[in-house]
Design a protein around this ligand. Sequence first.
Ligand code: AMP
Length: 208
Amino acid sequence: MNIVLLGAPGAGKGTQAAKLVEEFGTPHISTGDMLRAAVKAGTELGKKAKSFMDAGDLVPDDVIIGLVTERLGEPDTEKGFILDGFPRTSAQAVALDAELSKLGRPLSAALLIDVDSEVIVKRLTSRRMCKDCGFIGSEANEQCPKCGGEMYQRDDDNEATVRNRLDVYEKSTSPLIDYYRGCDLLVSIDGDRDPNVVYADVKKALEL
Ligand code: AMP
């Protein structure tokens, strides 16, 4: 499976990707996770990206395209990949097409997880992540239910930044829905349900 996960921040892309990874072992390429790791490690990339991320704005295309191109060159992606949070602009989608055609590994689907924006604001401002294993939970989880690790709130999950991220999504990323529809790759599911119910639909939509 060579897939792109589309959907607003907080739609559940990371949660569904984690379930696919658990069942199928396909490499999960989350640009947000890669950037957060770079910020934490204090690399040049992290220093460049941090101010954009804190504001909920997009990191410049050339930076992110370079990062994903490099990752797709690693051998584990030959058996498939799940792109999560990339592409987010038309320029990124075009660059991805060019890279995948160079590699001879076309996309099999672009899966849109569709959730209303007010539901997203509530979800993201109450979202908590595990410091150790990355589990995505909510403020109801004092400790990680998966590994017992400490839960924290992402810097960009405050309401003002969340609203900006949703605006950025509407302006820059949502046009990709039509782009992938035009390529006959778009499949869409309702993401405003229990994650396990959504996952059953994800597998149906991807014919897994
Ligand atoms: P995410 O975890 O996918 O919500 O990403 C967190 C933040 O990382 C975003 O708000 C952006 O600042 C940055 N980011 C992640 N992926 C991309 C991308 N494909 N293009 C530009 N910026 C990105």
